[in-house]
Design a protein around this ligand. Structure first.
Ligand SMILES: NC(=O)c1ccc[n+]([C@@H]2O[C@H](COP(=O)([O-])OP(=O)(O)OC[C@H]3O[C@@H](n4cnc5c(N)ncnc54)[C@H](O)[C@@H]3O)[C@@H](O)[C@H]2O)c1
Length: 255
């Protein structure tokens, strides 16, 4: 039976204050779930901001924060049914001149963060008999893009982690999948366009036009386009899917 009712279920979303994560949180709330947002931009501590919504300041690169995020979800709502590893950062520059600190920052948030937060959630999911982990990777986890070396490397790492966790956790009824968005209209994308335009001597509008020309559906994505697929992957409709990397790219990436 078609069931997209998440009443009584709890979804933890990293980086959920803005952009794609914000849309994912809104859709889970609409579907009836309890939602815990862990974001580095949350005010210090944890606070209930609605009957079914908690915010907790979380830096996904720190193990103590990862453990506190999961403990907070369990304390408020009793369980973690869905974990969405969404937080991410990007930076533009030719790989030959990327600094070590830029490399470390992007790899720490995008790749190490997925490892730390997933590890913190696994015990709780095992105890309750299963769960879903959904990693927001990127089509940059499948292709190379100029000026995005450390980001591309970090997103390839996310797809690797997704595959291994899917195999290792399958018998615990924890399904692990990734979503690979294409070009999504968020603050991150707008910043990338401006930085890319400067580096390439173009206008940001030229880069948007260049982007749209590569997308068969002819438009960039809205955060909700990605959120829809995340909620599907968390739902009973996706109960025979694990270890997958699902493109939400308007056809820009097809493999
Ligand atoms: N926008 C795109 O075109 C696009 C495309 C493919 C993949 N993605 C991925 O989607 C995810 C969301 O991106 P977005 O475009 O919504 O970005 P965004 O910058 O709009 O939002 C990212 C959120 O992550 C939070 N964050 C950053 N560092 C953090 C940390 N250390 N700990 C906790 N939270 C942290 C930020 O505070 C912010 O709220 C990222 O993983 C990104 O790589 C985005």
């Amino acid at each position: 039976m078609l069931n997209l009712d998440f009443s009584g279920k709890t979804a933890v979303i990293t980086g959920g204050l803005n952009g794609i994560g914000e849309a994912i949180g809104a859709l889970f709330l609409e579907a009836g779930a309890n939602v815990v947002i862990g974001d580095i931009l949350c005010p210090p501590g944890a606070r209930a901001v609605g009957a079914r919504l908690v915010h907790i300041r979380t830096d996904v690169t720190r193990r103590g924060h990862a453990e506190a995020l999961i403990a907070c979800a369990v304390a408020h709502f009793g369980a973690v049914d869905v974990l969405v590893n969404n937080s991410g950062v990007s930076a533009m520059g030719r790989l030959e001149s990327v600094t070590e600190s830029e490399w470390d920052r992007v790899m720490a948030v995008n790749a190490k963060g997925v490892y730390l937060i997933s590890q913190a959630a696994i015990g709780s999911m095992k105890r309750q008999g299963g769960g879903r982990i959904i990693n927001i990777a990127s089509q940059a986890g499948k292709n190379g893009y100029r000026l995005m070396g450390q980001y591309v490397a970090s997103k390839h790492a996310v797809l690797g982690l997704t595959k291994v966790l899917a195999i290792e956790l399958a018998r615990d009824n924890i399904l692990v999948n990734a979503v690979c968005p294409g070009i999504v209209e968020t603050a991150m994308k707008r910043r990338e366009r401006e930085e890319g335009a400067l580096l390439r001597g173009l206008a940001a509008a030229d880069i948007l036009a260049e982007d749209c020309a590569q997308i068969p559906l002819g438009r960039t994505a809205l955060p909700a386009d990605v959120a829809n697929v995340v909620v599907f992957l968390a739902s009973p409709l996706a109960s025979y899917m694990t270890g997958q990397a699902i493109n939400v790219t308007g056809g820009m990436t097809m493999h």
